[in-house]
Design a protein around this ligand. Structure first.
Ligand code: ADP
Ligand code: MG
Length: 399
């Protein structure tokens, strides 16, 4: 299932057309329903979701198409279109698979929809996408959301956006064994062309904010993944919880999560805390404030200021949360010295993975070359790059 670099089929229309052809060849008919869902990139608000804070993200111009046709009886077939692997099962009884991991994202979604209403019939389905798998652009959420939209339409279910996002999240937790938050599904569902998605992980409120058409993002995937990631992730979560409990005991307003603590309060109390806990807490607290400042800057067209916040976010990762690594730092440091770059930071969990760079659209080609060369020079291997534009969210394209 490994994809070379950032994949060959860049245009989503090509993916759609190839899927229609393969579907026809495999099943001998056209699909009744086709849905599309994009991947996502995290722009500001790192590790804030489980602290009930804010995130700015975007749906991207790469995604997954999911095509499905009705079939009599419960027997169903599901095909991963790029590798042409197939699984067969009954639509009313999807069970997790041990050797076809990719099928679990779809089966998990189906299981969530089955809890709303038992399916009256089976299906033949196939999907195809152009998001590089496992590179931090959330191909898993694109698969969940595209299949969720397609099945809901096929079975005549009306499912709200929050409910659909939660069905995708549950599929990750229970069928794929990944304890993710809701950001990926929120962004894939709520994306809007040329806009960032602003999610509030306390209220689950989602808004979109215009980014401007003169800039785009460059994603640089280092392909680095450092050991002990799970342990480090759990340590960060625990420190955040300890910090929230500390602030709840000293502040005279209610604190149920770090979302309730301001940067000024952190400054006032940091020296009374255990040093490591204070450092860890600085990151989500600072990130929440950067998201709010970032929104003001977007509304005022201050993209330079917005870019500076991205650099500050990365510094905070590097110094306080310690979820960066030399590979990510190489790209961010090089970006800081490259004309045409407005900002850069790690995107996603950290400890490896990708950097997202905010770039003046007209200079994106030269920025791409400079960053790739800087990475190769320092690490002796390539980083994959891809130009990302903020795009519309999931939709039904047929049926
Ligand atoms: P990410 O979501 O960042 O891409 P994950 O590890 O969460 O990384 O999800 C990647 C997994 O999702 C793949 O290993 C595969 O099982 C599944 N997947 C997603 N999209 C596809 C696709 N188009 N074809 C096959 N498998 C897919
Ligand atoms: Mg994922």
């Amino acid at each position: 299932m490994k994809q070379e670099g950032f994949g060959k089929m860049n245009a989503c229309q090509d993916v759609h057309d190839v899927l229609m052809k393969k579907f026809q060849e495999k099943f001998g008919r056209a699909p009744d329903v086709v849905a599309y869902a994009p991947g996502r990139v995290e722009i500001l608000g790192n590790h804030t979701d489980y602290n009930e804070g804010y995130v700015l993200s975007a749906a991207i111009n790469f995604g997954t198409y999911f095509a499905v046709a009705r079939r009599e009886g419960p027997a169903s077939r599901l095909v991963a279109g790029d590798v042409m692997e197939e699984v067969a099962f009954e639509a009313d009884n999807p069970q997790p698979s041990k050797d076809r991991m990719w099928s679990n994202y779809v089966k998990g979604v189906l299981s969530g929809l089955n809890a709303i209403q038992k399916p009256a019939h089976g299906f033949d389905a196939m999907f195809l996408g152009n998001i590089p798998l496992g590179s931090g652009l959330s191909s898993s959420a694109a698969l969940e959301v595209s299949s969720g939209f397609a099945f809901a339409r096929l079975y005549g279910l009306s499912v709200g956006n929050l409910e659909m996002a939660k069905i995708g999240q549950r599929a990750e937790h229970d069928f794929a064994g990944v304890k993710c938050g809701l950001l990926d599904q929120f962004s894939s569902i709520n994306g809007k062309k040329d806009c960032l998605v602003w999610s509030d992980f306390r209220t689950y409120d989602v808004k979109t904010e215009k980014l401007g058409e003169d800039v785009c993002f460059l994603m640089c995937n280092t392909n680095a993944r450092h050991a002990l990631v799970d342990g480090a992730y759990n340590e960060r979560r625990q420190r955040c919880e300890q910090g929230a409990a500390f602030f709840a005991s000293v502040l005279d307003h209610p604190v149920s999560a770090l979302r309730d603590v301001s940067w000024a309060e952190w400054l006032d109390y940091k020296d009374e805390m255990d040093e490591i806990t204070a450092k860890r807490c600085a990151h989500p607290i600072g990130e929440d404030e950067r998201v709010l400042s970032g929104i003001d800057m977007l509304r005022n067209g201050n993209l330079k200021g917005f870019g500076r916040l991205m650099f500050e976010s990365h510094d905070s990762s590097r110094n306080y949360f310690e979820n960066s690594c030399p590979e990510l730092d190489t790209i961010v440091d090089a970006a800081q010295a490259t004309p045409g770059v407005l900002g850069a930071r790690l995107s996603g969990g950290g400890f490896g993975g990708s950097v997202v760079v905010l770039v003046d659209k007209e200079q994106v080609a030269s920025v791409e070359t400079t960053l790739r060369n800087a990475y190769a020079h320092r690490h002796g291997s390539r980083c994959d790059t891809r130009v990302i534009t903020c795009s519309d969210g999931a939709r039904i394209v047929k049926g």
